[in-house]
Design a protein around this ligand. Structure first.
Ligand code: SF4
Ligand code: MG
Length: 324
């Protein structure tokens, strides 16, 4: 299995803030891994380390086999085409002083490639924009169009990996689905791997092959999408999923979301033992002092870090309407 991305024991501290604290994650070539969790859990920081907008405090980031963890800007240049990022807010990520054509073509210019205008037009067409848009300024476009421009720019260098950080959450609800569909189509047609950072669980169900659940700087559960949605093992994953919308209105009414009460604890002084113990409805004494190990509990690399989950994946279910 060829890996587009291999992250090992990734650590990113900002002074006393332990934003990311030991994340291990692999993305096979061509597959989509969703990274989910509350805001403040460190998801975006993981994304920024992977594209090396940040230099990690510890651990390793390998892109298509190459260790890029501590490379300088110059050393990174040959790896730039392997990975791109799309941000949440297309208005903030597109420089208003340039035309759409300049913005979309910029990655190729940095790589000193030829035939930039042709490639820019192709890239715009691919995301459903007319080539004439190349002459426009970003502020003349709608939010949805601007996000299409960001996607065109991200994909023009044909990266192996796309990091999509909440790509639709700043958009009008009416255009979110169209942009998600576009990303799904492009992923299928172009075959890039994707780290899809989101809190939109219905989008995860639609797009992702695998799901990784993050809590306060660490992964608490990861595995194939069907396993995570069908049989979530970690109490935090169960709580997250209990709040997710379901298509059937009758089922939606019958759902009882798990209320976690307190806010996410501070990443400056995270709780000892299991970091989730301050909010976990089934925590026991051991949880307050002993850090749970990450264990494999099933096929397809389903992994969980919780003392109470058995090796066969059975264990507590904190959702009131689900009987284990
Ligand atoms: Fe809850 Fe303990 Fe499992 Fe953490 S280790 S999720 S506190 S039961
Ligand atoms: Mg974020």
């Amino acid at each position: 299995m060829e890996l587009a991305l291999e992250v090992e024991d990734l650590v990113m501290h900002f002074g006393p803030v332990r934003a990311v604290d030991g994340v291990t994650l692999r993305i096979p070539q061509g597959s989509v891994v969703a990274l989910v969790g509350e805001s403040g859990s460190g998801k975006s920081t993981v994304g920024r380390c992977i594209v090396r907008l940040l230099e990690p405090t510890g651990g390793t980031v390998r892109l298509a086999g190459a260790d890029i963890t501590h490379l300088s800007r110059r050393q990174l240049r040959p790896h730039r085409r392997d990975v791109s990022i799309v941000f949440q807010d297309p208005a903030g990520s597109l420089d208003p002083r340039f035309t759409v054509g300049d913005i979309v073509g910029e990655p190729l210019r940095l790589m000193r490639r030829k035939e930039i205008p042709t490639k820019v037009h192709e890239a715009l067409r691919r995301v459903g924009l007319r080539p004439e848009v190349a002459q426009r300024a970003p502020h003349e476009l709608s939010g949805g169009q601007r996000q299409r421009v960001s996607i065109a720019r991200a994909l023009i260098s044909e990266p192996r990996l796309l990091v999509a950080d909440e790509p639709t959450s700043a958009l009008d609800v009416s255009v979110q689905a169209a942009v998600l569909n576009l990303l799904a189509d492009l992923q299928r047609d172009l075959g890039f791997a994707c780290l899809f950072i989101t809190h939109d669980l219905s989008a995860v169900e639609y797009l992702a092959d695998e799901v990784a659940v993050m809590y306060l700087g660490q992964l608490v559960e990861q595995g194939p999408r069907a396993r995570i949605f069908g049989k979530p093992a970690h109490p935090y994953t169960q709580a997250l999923l209990s709040a997710a919308p379901v298509p059937d209105p009758a089922e939606q009414r019958a759902r009882q979301p798990v209320l976690l009460g307190d806010d996410l604890p501070s990443a400056i002084d995270p709780p000892p033992g299991c970091r989730f113990h301050t909010r976990c409805p089934v925590a026991v004494d051991k949880c307050r002092t002993v850090v749970p190990e990450t264990r494999t509990i099933g096929e397809g690399g389903h992994q969980v870090a919780c003392h109470l989950v058995n090796d066969d994946g059975t264990g507590p279910d904190v959702r009131p309407d689900v009987r284990p």
